[in-house]
Design a protein around this ligand. Structure first.
Ligand code: AN7
Length: 406
């Protein structure tokens, strides 16, 4: 029903083989399905009868044994109509998809429910990942649910506190690496080739399949795909997966159009945006990535080729935002809509603001912004950049006085 194919040389791999990248040319793999068969067997009416969730779309996911599915009830996240934020940015139809609603507070859960299920299908007793935080939190939770060992490598001192707390409490073996995410990923990729640990970074073609369900959900929630889909980009698995989802929905006759994919990166970690803007055919990795949005502090995104395809094929573009713009956008979304998202997610709002200002997105367009992770993941950033609380003596008069002063 499905197999893997190299996105560059087309080499095929059977579903029984554990393989992460093409053993012939080293490039990324993609899961391929028999769409003709799926078209015959699956109707949109059938899908819509099931609850909105990742597994609503189970026939479109690369699972052999439904009995083995490990789920924490991921997906089915809210799509908020943002009238006030839309007005502030100059858009009539702006929606924000809050992926923080997921069980561990980020979109990674969509991928991990599929990824851990694959780990069990293959008979692994341990899983591994490198992470800027959310991947480790999610993998640790799903490994706990499955009852298998979880090992995570994180860049020393550079992950948000909430995410670290999650990995600790779910019982992962955590190794802080004295380097950045790219260093940690290189190590786990090498380690996974020894065969003992199943690798669940977004280079794993099965994991990102789960993430494409965001596209199906958005199309189902709106009744059609948006004109623009704005998403933050780090290792670039998510933008690639979401694009695949929209393409599949159209291919299956469940949607009539596809959105333009708009990828947003932090200025200090923006090799993909650079390649898009300069029209490069390959990215130039950033040696020392830096940004307040630690989730996307990634200099050498493994999925760059898929992401450049997604952006170009969809007719979209990429933009960069500064740390100041990210922090500002985080406040704006919180204060106008009551939605608290982490800095990386706020990057998509900051990027959208720029794209509207530049005229790349018209005010009448239907726009969906993906808020990839919950604000409570990183409580330090708003405290560091926001106004400190007032302080008063413990009397009514003192409190009244200080309130009047402000
Ligand atoms: C909130 O957890 O890479 O472009 O190791 O946590 O698919 O990498 C996180 C990435 C956006 C970027 N928003 O997604 C990790 C990790 C949030 C994130 C991204 C991440 P990709």
């Amino acid at each position: 029903m499905f197999h893997l194919e190299c996105i560059v040389c087309g080499q095929r791999y059977g579903a029984e083989e554990v393989v992460y990248t093409c053993s012939r040319c080293g490039n990324l793999l993609d899961v391929k399905y028999d769409y003709k068969l799926l078209e015959e067997r699956l109707s949109k009416v059938d899908l819509k009868r099931r609850p909105l969730s990742v597994w609503r779309y189970r026939e479109l996911l690369p699972i052999k044994d439904e009995g083995k599915i490990v789920s924490l009830k991921e997906g089915g996240t809210k799509l908020h109509y943002c009238r006030r934020l839309g007005e502030a940015l100059g858009l009539k139809s702006l929606y924000v998809k809050t992926e923080g609603d997921n069980p561990t507070g980020s979109f990674k859960d969509r991928g991990m429910t599929v990824g851990i299920t694959k780990a069990l299908e293959y008979g692994f007793k341990a899983v591994i990942c490198a992470s800027t935080g959310n991947t480790s939190a999610s993998l640790a939770a799903y490994a706990a649910k499955a009852g298998i060992t979880c090992i995570v490598l994180i860049p020393s001192g550079k992950i948000a506190y909430g995410k670290l707390a999650q990995a600790i409490v779910y019982g992962a073996k955590i190794v802080q690496v004295k380097g950045n995410f790219d260093d940690a990923l290189r190590i786990v990729m090498e380690l996974s080739l020894k065969g003992k640990f199943y690798l669940l970074n977004s280079v794993n073609p099965y994991r990102v399949e789960g993430q494409k369900t965001l596209a199906y959900e958005v199309a189902d929630q709106l009744g059609r795909p948006p004109s623009f889909l704005v998403v933050p980009v780090g290792n670039a698995g998510n933008i690639s997966a979401i694009w695949k989802g929209f393409k599949e929905y159209k291919r299956l006759g469940f949607a009539e159009a596809t959105p333009k994919m708009m990828g947003i990166q932090a200025e200090g970690a923006s090799p993909i945006a650079e390649a898009v803007k300069l029209g490069l055919s390959e990215i130039r990795p950033v040696e020392k990535p830096e940004t307040v949005a630690t989730a996307i502090r990634i200099g050498s995104p493994v999925n760059w080729r898929k992401a450049l395809n997604a952006i170009r094929e969809s007719g979209g573009t990429a933009e960069t935002v500064s740390d100041r713009e990210i922090v500002e956008a985080q406040k704006l979304l919180a204060r106008l809509e009551g939605l608290f998202v982490e800095p990386a997610s706020a990057a998509s709002i900051a990027g959208l603001r720029k794209l509207v200002e530049q005229g790349a997105i018209d005010k009448d367009e239907l726009v969906v912004c993906v808020a990839t992770g919950h604000g409570l993941k990183d409580p330090d950033t708003p405290v560091r950049f926001g106004e400190p609380p007032l302080e008063a003596d413990k009397t009514l008069e003192a409190v009244v006085k200080i309130l009047e002063e402000r």
